[in-house]
Design a protein around this ligand. Structure first.
Ligand code: SAM
Length: 382
């Protein structure tokens, strides 16, 4: 397809550089950043937009840096795990702030009283990641290329913690490995590892339990929440959805809640949560995307004054209908790992609710990922 020269003027919320082709069509380009002038080859053209690859960098942006990782790249065989590694860190943060602001504006959630501080930067932009999902074909180990589903073999990964880098070295020593050979229909297996994993026990395609991937930023998230919990009132209760094994439940319990009701679909996580925090926490296992009957059926859960939710990327589109069933609800804390689903869910709340504060947190430097912690309050009526 055709090649054209252009200037990248923006970054999409998914992290791709944005330019226009000579006909005025918006074109998204992986690995290009605002200020870059390049020659772009269009690979897909749709009615309203298209995708291109950077064929030649004519003039680099002033924010372009040399990536810290030799495996970084956008073509086949290179790792697409840190697509912003060629942007200097302070510019990454500035761009994330801009993306949050413009998505809130588009969703009509930006208002003059909204508290919207700058993103909380990660103290470490390398060595922070405490969990990894490697891919293997039984001969090599690495991540998936962004250009295809092919393996991008790696010998090291600078964003992993020291512990995980050592584990990667050990995993490489276990190659070739017939147990990691791809199964029928699947070109690669996944090898998930975190700081609790013993390399000797690793099993292909076995998911590990969710926990936040950047421990220092998780501590900041918990502090943010702790500082905003309402105090006082002997009979206050909280409902927590997508509680996992209780990372944020611990914070709720540091507040003055008499009861906490916690739900998640992960049976093992929720059973550990129940054991660890009994008797103050009542737990329920539920697929919250198919039904909220389990929540409705737990005595007291819908009478909570505080709702905390931390859903996966798809968000929680039933938020507005659940909130309508909670007459005593005063405040919602929405922790989100996806700006688009967060905006969709909050925009559906009735005008009894006001988005008071949105705090972006940088969990994953060198990626476009943005974590949000938001405080939503019921408007006071006198
Ligand atoms: C972003 S994690 C949050 C976990 C926890 N709050 C934490 O900080 O570790 C999302 C959680 O949603 C849960 N989850 C995913 N799909 C679900 C579903 N359909 N119904 C209920 N929980 C679900 C996962 O098990 C996971 O624990």
């Amino acid at each position: 397809m055709s090649i054209f020269e252009g200037l990248i003027t923006d970054l999409s919320y998914k992290g791709q550089g944005v330019t226009r082709d000579p006909t005025g069509l918006s074109i998204f380009v992986h690995g290009a950043l605002p200020g870059d002038v390049g020659k772009f080859r269009i690979v897909t053209r749709k009615k309203r937009y298209g995708f291109a690859v950077l064929e030649e960098l004519v003039k680099p942006s002033e924010h372009r840096v040399t990536p810290l990782c030799r495996h970084h790249g956008f073509s086949n065989g290179l790792c697409g795990g840190c697509p912003w590694m060629m942007i200097d860190y302070s510019e990454q943060l500035a761009r994330k702030d801009q993306i949050v602001r413009s998505q809130l504006l588009r969703s009509k959630l930006l208002h003059q009283d909204l508290i919207l501080p700058s993103i909380i930067s990660s103290p470490q932009s390398t060595g922070y990641r405490n969990r990894a999902k490697f891919r293997s074909d039984g001969k090599a180990i690495g991540f998936q290329s962004s250009a295809s589903n092919a393996l991008a073999p790696i010998d090291d990964c600078v964003v992993l913690t020291t512990d995980l880098r050592a584990k990667l070295r050990k995993l490489r020593e276990m190659l070739p490995n017939s147990k990691w050979a791809p199964q029928a229909g699947r070109p690669l297996v996944t090898i998930e590892v975190d700081e609790l994993t013993r390399v000797e026990d690793v099993m292909p395609n076995l998911p590990i339990r969710f926990h936040q991937g950047n421990s220092q930023q998780n501590d900041k998230l918990k502090c943010w929440l702790r500082d905003r919990l309402p105090g006082g009132g002997a009979k206050r209760s909280a409902l927590e959805l997508f509680a996992g094994s209780g990372n944020l439940t611990k914070v709720l319990l540091s507040g003055s809640f008499q009861d906490v009701f916690a739900f998640d679909s992960d049976k093992k996580a929720i059973s550990d949560l129940g054991k660890n925090f009994s008797p103050k926490v009542q737990v329920g296992v539920a697929n919250l995307f198919s039904s909220i009957k389990a929540v409705e059926g737990m005595p007291g859960a819908l009478n909570a004054e505080v709702l905390l939710l931390d859903p996966p990327r798809s968000g929680f589109s039933q938020l507005a209908s659940l909130v309508n069933k909670m007459p005593q609800l005063e405040r919602i804390f929405y922790i989100s790992c996806d700006l688009a689903s967060f905006c969709r869910d909050v925009a559906k709340l009735s005008d009894e609710w006001v988005l008071k504060e949105v705090q972006p947190i940088d969990m994953f430097p060198h990626t476009p990922h943005i974590e949000l912690a938001a405080n939503i309050e019921r408007k006071m009526t006198y």
